[in-house]
Design a binder for this molecule. Sequence first.
Ligand code: GLU
Length: 460
Amino acid sequence: MKTVCHPKTRQFFHIMSVRVRFAPSPTGFLHIGGARTALFNWLYARHMGGTFVLRIEDTDTARNTQAAVEVIINGLRWLGLEWDEGPTTGDPDGPRKGGHGPYFQSRRGEIYKKRVQELVDKGLAYSSEGAVKFRMTREPITIPDLVVGNVTRVLTDREEIDPDFVLVRSDGQPVFHLVNVIDDLEMGITHVIRGEDHLANTAKHLALFRAFGAEPPKYAHIPLILNSDGSKMSKRDQGASLMTYNDEGYAPEAVLNYLVLLGWSPKGNREVMPAKEIVEMFDLPQILRHNARFDMNKLQWVNWEYLKTMAPERFVELGTAALQRAGVSLEGYTPAYILAALSTAKEKFKTFADLKPFVDFYFQKEVEIPAELAAKQFTAESRPRLARLRAAYAELAAFDHASVEKTLKSVATELGVKAGVLVHPVRVACTGKEIGPSLYHLMEVLGKTEVLRRIDRANA
Ligand code: GLU
């Protein structure tokens, strides 16, 4: 609850502040559908100045492991979706950094027991063959959904005969419907934003809220994410796991931006916009009602747009991480050198996974030149020319890209050849490759001493 003062009438009144949650079951995998659900909840909380809760639905103890929980936490952290509250973990080195952990249903057994007793006392739940069952209403239930509209429960044939359902299994395990509703109730959740696959459960959930004598939250069921061919996305489909985008060198901010477009469309049809602006614009009425199709080309395009305009420090941060993943060690190089080196590769590649071949030569003590490239570039004809260029470079006081270019061109003129005749062997000497960043810029970054050393090695 928040107390606010009306700007005109000066009257004080209370408003319910928004409380939303992401409630994944730890399966060892964070599906992009799940990541998008988390994102929509987070965006709505941030947009409304509300609270975003992370609740791990881990009552199915057989399937849950610490590692599976970490997958979820790492995925949310990667996207930058911080949750706002939870019990203090007291673990200073844990992934939750001694702050507040997510809520774990596995630690809330006492709460569930009390609530089940409440239903039994009210005569709304009863024991049956060792289990506890809920006396489900026989009346039709209409779900007022913020995205889908009003949805009325249709009973299945089986439910026609017996709509009651199990709340606590005979082995004492409370079922999903029960703990999901108790926690939404106990945690004061105001809006349940979740995948449309849960719409089929919501009549049960509304009936449980009523049984507890509580006002249910508002529901917003978001359409599913389909493969590009319209089929349902499963675990094994390309791009289904959020963290593959990290491995494949996508910028998390680009993935976030792309995910929000899967099922939400801002006014004015803008597509690429920073998270801050998305937070300002995001609201539930613009959630689209039709299923979204996953489009890898579009994600690549969004990523490309981010790469082009990314702040240099961020570019280096993501680039460094990608190079480390690819086994390129940047140890011993100054941040200024790394920044300058990576900057020459900007706009040369689509994801950070493709960065390595453009910059690895900067971080090699002895550049390897493939034999066939050496044979092609360092010939009886080219060697003396390269020596002449080396001598001119040795004379240079300033070794910036402009002087390096000017010198190369004047040596070419002096030798009566085209600039390209010198460009190729120098590039191969410096980088071991025929393609890469702008030659003059890369030589500036390597510096005079290193360029001369590399030419000498190649032209020995
Ligand atoms: N644990 C459920 C799931 O992962 C949560 C459903 C909900 O958001 O209410 O699908």
